[in-house]
Design a protein around this ligand. Structure first.
Ligand code: ADE
Length: 227
């Protein structure tokens, strides 16, 4: 998979993209992540990428020209399945969104910044708008990192235990069951006996019941939205 991230603040993406799961996927040759500085595409003599809103509202708006040129340079080279704009008023990014995007070959993320982006970018250039939650961050860079992390860890071979992503919370519409490790008894706080029984079928049943119980208690809304 190849992911291209277009941003006015590339520095914000340096650390996450060069460390963590994203780096591991890159090192294994399973994912490529390329960062593009919007300023490199600006035709303004001062390399400006934003301007005042025609409406007179406070706050700068990202110009369409550098964005159009950055997207054009990429789409000339290869076909992209989605051009995603990160914005708080986008559709909610969920686990099923990550699952679907992890099957794509090429994706572009366009990070919003400042007060917004020229509406014509949204109308004509992007194919999808996604939000990581109902709160407003200064820019879309951290949102893009969150989404890229979620997507990349689902690519087969990225996680050392390939099946582990399948048992994540949300994967089947439920929260994950609790997990325990040694020692079986710590200061009298015991691991549930069932987990020490060696009975695989009973353990699976227990895990499902725990998932259901946890979801009912902590996130009852998920039970209504369950696929
Ligand atoms: N940019 C600013 N806030 C955001 C959010 N919640 N999700 C996606 N992009 C954003």
């Amino acid at each position: 998979m190849r992911i291209d991230i277009i941003t006015g603040v590339p520095e914000l993406l340096d650390s996450p993209v060069n460390h963590s799961i994203i780096k591991r996927a890159r090192d294994k040759g399973l994912a490529e992540v390329h960062i593009h500085n919007l300023r490199d595409h600006s035709k303004d003599k001062h390399k400006k990428i934003d301007d005042y809103a025609f409406s007179g509202d406070a706050g700068m708006v990202l110009n369409i020209q550098p964005i159009d040129d950055a997207i054009d340079a990429l789409t000339r080279e290869r076909e992209y399945q989605e051009i995603i704009y990160t914005t708080p008023d986008g559709a909610p990014f969920r686990q099923h969104t990550a699952n679907q995007l992890s099957t794509c070959e090429n994706l572009i993320f366009l990070c919003g910044h400042y007060k917004g982006i020229d509406q014509r970018v949204r109308d004509h250039l992007v194919t999808r708008e996604l939000s990581i939650g109902d709160y407003v961050m200064t820019g879309g860079e951290l949102a893009a990192v969150v989404m890229v992390d979620c997507i990349i860890r689902l690519i087969p071979g990225v996680l050392s235990d390939e099946t582990s992503a399948l048992t994540d919370s949300f994967q089947d519409g439920l929260l994950a069951p609790p997990v325990y490790t040694r020692p079986a008894d710590y200061k009298g706080w015991r691991v549930p006996d069932i987990l020490l029984s060696g009975n695989a079928a009973e353990i699976e049943k227990w895990k499902f019941e725990q998932s259901l119980e946890r979801t009912k208690k902590l996130r009852p809304d998920l039970l209504h939205d369950r696929p």
